[in-house]
Every structure is written in structure tokens, then in C-alpha cells.
Write a protein that binds this ligand. Structure first.
Ligand code: OOG
Ligand code: NI
Length: 401
């Protein structure tokens, strides 16, 4: 039997192999991360593993995918559910700047042992087709028709996923088939792209075009974790890979690392075939995927997060003991850890950084008509669409203490 934990680890590896063949700079990024992680481990010893064992950090990845309908989202939930990954948190990227017409969640393991075994997470965004600020009535119905007619995941994959969840794993042959089908579902498709339709959506939002302008989904990026992201940034630039202009999230200080720091680079344009209005096929290219890397620190409590959002990292105390005493961050008491406290790692995402990641991926700001009607979306709506419980990240951190 291959259990969900093992399915998740293998799925992360198999997507990583796929993405490496599709986006070669990703392989460079992973190599540089591994080098830096080994150096940090040499330099700091046990302290380097304060936010997770080196084995965990080396295997750690997050992916990003984007879907178009509530049904597609529910199918993603079944496939990732088979790998012990559960939806956590609600992000409304329509509030970002520039606004992106999606709401999102992150699928990930939820308890300490599972996170330690393999913390693979997938940030998953759902297009909001009925938000009039982005889509007029005609575009909405065209989108609904287009998305309603496509199938992202074969029935065989969904059946295997359901079986894995019910039986807590799959026999080896079925597990291999599940991984093969699941990985293939997120590969960049060679299907021709309807040029006029893609351009129509792209003028509204590049993300809308990436989701609703093609008949399949694909992994948008796959992100390794690094122990020294400032050094990583310097080394990637030295190798001639142009990074976005900054590292997002809390700046580097001598205070305990909190939350999440990320940076990214734009992947090369990828060849795609376009179907022109006269029906002919023409070679072209699209530039929608990229590379990202991240460093993770301690999870903040609601009070800590409010302080961070209001006043930034400068307002924080200097030591883990003070963070803990002030109720700003989650720590577990651990007599073996320095200072008697072991940090609970932040396992989620930051809306501001996510917006920055989306923005670095856009060819234009798109067009948003703020005077139009927004459509209501919240965590309860998303839970309904998912067809399974949507976890509150703070409850999960509190349970890990
Ligand atoms: C997801 C952007 C969010 C992150 O790391 O914050 C994200 C996307 O581009 O689909 O992955
Ligand atoms: Ni990301």
C-alpha cells in the first residue's frame, strides 16, 4: 500500500521532474538552493534546522495552479485530498493591487507529523467569472460555456483519488497510475490556443487568459525553500537570471524570522500553437510561467499578524522568548531547543506577496471597472465549492503548539 503521505512526497517529486523539463531555469534554482542550504547547515549546525529538518527543507516545494469553475476546484480537492493535502485559508486577490479576478486557498498537510514528513502545498486559485468589475455579461457567458465544455482531469484519475482517500492509500500499481495521470494533468498542453479568445481575455486580465483562454490547466510555478534567500537572490543574479526587484515579505533583520519571504524570476516565453480566426494554425509563444523561491519563519498569532500588517517587522521584539511572551508568535516548549522554544513554522501564504507574484506575471494591469458590481465570495462560499471543510490556519497553528 502507498499511503497518502508517500503519495504526496512522490507527487511533489514527479511534478518537480516535469517542471524541470519544462522550465530549465527551475533546475538551476533548485541546484542553487541545495548549495546554499548545505552551506548554511555547515555554518550554523543545528541552528540551521530550527525551522524544519534539512530533509524536510530539501524536499519542500509549493506549487501554484489556477482553475476556472467550482467543479474543477472540487476535483482538485479530491486529487490533492488523496495526497493528504487539505484546503487551508481563504485569499481574495481581487483586493490586491493590481486586482486579480481570483479567490484562492492553499492545499497542504495540516498536522505536525505530516508537515515534517513532506509539507508539499499547492496554492490554488479560482477565477471569479461573475465579477462585473472584470467581465461583462457577454464575456461571463462565453467563459462559462468555454470552461463548462473542458475536462481538466480524466475520470480514471478522479476515481483513483477517491479510492486513495477512502482506503487511505493505493496499491503500488494504482499509485503509479494515479501519479502519472495527476502529473500529466498539470503539464503544459500542446493544444492550440484560440488566439482571438485569448487576446480578448488578456486585455481584461492575463490571469483570466491563462485560466479561461486555454482548454487545460498547468502548474504555474514550483517553489523550493532556501535557508538564506538574500544569498540566493545574489547568486541567481550573478548567474544572469534577472530577479524581480526585491524580496517580498518581512525584510532581513537580526530579529527572529517570521512568516514568509519570497522572490521570483520570470520564466522564458514558451512555444504555443495558436488557432487564428481563419482557422489556420500558427506558431507563437506565451510567457505565463516563472520561478520562485521562499524562506519561512515562525507563524504569527492573530495579534502578531495584526501588528505586522499595521507596523511591519520593526515593531517586533528582538527575541523568540519575547515574541512568545507577548503572544505574537506560535512556539512549542522544547527543553532541547535554544531558549527552550521551538518555532511553529509558517505554512501558509501572504496576500500581499501573492499579489506581487501574480503582478510579476502580468503583461499588463488589465482593465478593471471599479464602478461595476463585485460578486460576493468568502470562506464559506469557497468551502461550499470545495465540498469539504476549509481549515482556519490559526486553529491549525494553535493545535501544533
Ligand atoms: C499564485 C500566486 C501566489 C505565492 O507564492 O504567493 C503564490 C499564482 O501565480 O497562481 O504562489
Ligand atoms: Ni508561489
Amino acid at each position: 500500500m502507498v499511503e497518502p503521505t508517500e503519495l504526496r512526497a512522490r507527487f511533489a517529486r514527479s511534478l518537480s521532474a516535469l517542471y524541470g523539463t519544462e522550465v530549465p531555469a527551475y533546475t538551476t534554482l533548485v541546484e542553487v538552493c541545495e548549495q546554499i542550504n548545505a552551506e548554511v547547515l555547515d555554518r550554523l549546525g543545528a541552528e540551521a534546522e530550527r525551522h524544519g529538518s534539512i530533509a524536510r527543507v530539501t524536499a519542500e516545494r509549493h506549487g501554484a495552479i489556477r482553475v476556472g469553475t467550482a467543479d474543477e476546484l472540487a476535483q482538485v480537492a479530491r486529487i490533492l485530498g488523496a495526497c493528504g493535502m487539505h484546503p487551508v485559508g481563504f485569499y481574495d486577490l481581487r483586493e490586491a493591487s493590481p486586482p486579480v479576478p481570483v479567490v484562492s486557498t492553499a492545499f497542504r498537510p495540516t498536522d505536525s507529523d505530516e508537515l515534517a514528513a513532506n509539507p508539499f502545498r499547492v496554492f490554488t486559485s479560482l477565477l471569479v467569472v461573475d465579477d462585473r468589475r472584470f467581465f461583462d455579461a457577454a464575456t461571463q457567458s462565453q467563459l462559462e460555456e468555454f470552461l463548462g465544455a473542458r475536462r481538466l482531469f480524466p475520470d480514471e484519475l478522479l476515481e483513483l483519488a477517491d479510492r486513495a482517500e477512502t482506503c487511505n492509500g493505493l496499491e503500488i500499481g494504482d499509485a503509479e497510475r494515479f501519479l502519472e495521470l495527476a502529473t500529466a494533468s498539470f503539464a503544459l498542453s500542446a493544444e492550440p490556443v484560440d488566439h482571438a479568445w485569448y487576446d480578448h481575455l488578456e486585455a481584461i486580465s492575463s490571469v483570466a487568459a491563462d485560466i479561461g483562454g486555454v482548454t487545460s490547466t498547468h502548474i504555474n510555478h514550483l517553489t523550493p525553500r532556501v535557508l538564506d534567500i538574500d544569498e540566493l537572490y545574489r547568486r541567481m543574479e550573478a548567474r544572469g537570471i534577472t530577479m524581480i526587484d526585491r524580496i517580498q515579505g518581512p525584510p532581513l533583520t537580526t530579529k527572529p524570522a517570521v512568516l514568509l519571504r519570497q522572490t521570483s524570476f520570470r520564466a522564458l516565453a514558451e512555444p504555443r500553437t495558436f488557432r487564428e480566426p481563419d482557422g489556420s494554425l500558427a506558431p507563437g509563444e506565451l510567457r505565463v510561467r516563472f520561478g520562485e523561491v521562499e524562506a519561512r519563519g515562525v507563524a504569527l498569532t492573530p495579534a502578531g499578524r495584526a501588528l505586522y500588517d499595521d507596523r511591519g517587522i520593526d515593531a517586533f521584539p528582538d527575541t523568540a522568548q519575547e515574541l512568545h511572551a507577548a503572544g505574537l508568535a506560535y512556539y512549542r516548549r522544547d527543553p532541547d531547543a535554544p531558549g527552550g522554544l521551538s518555532p511553529i513554522v509558517y505554512e501558509d501564504f501572504l496576500p500581499k506577496s501573492a499579489a506581487g507574484i501574480f503582478a510579476s506575471n502580468l503583461t499588463s494591469d488589465g482593465s478593471v471597472d471599479a464602478a461595476q458590481r463585485a460578486s460576493a465570495r468568502d470562506a464559506a462560499w469557497l468551502q461550499d465549492a470545495l465540498g469539504r471543510p476549509l481549515h482556519d490556519p490559526y486553529e491549525l497553528y494553535a493545535a501544533q503548539v
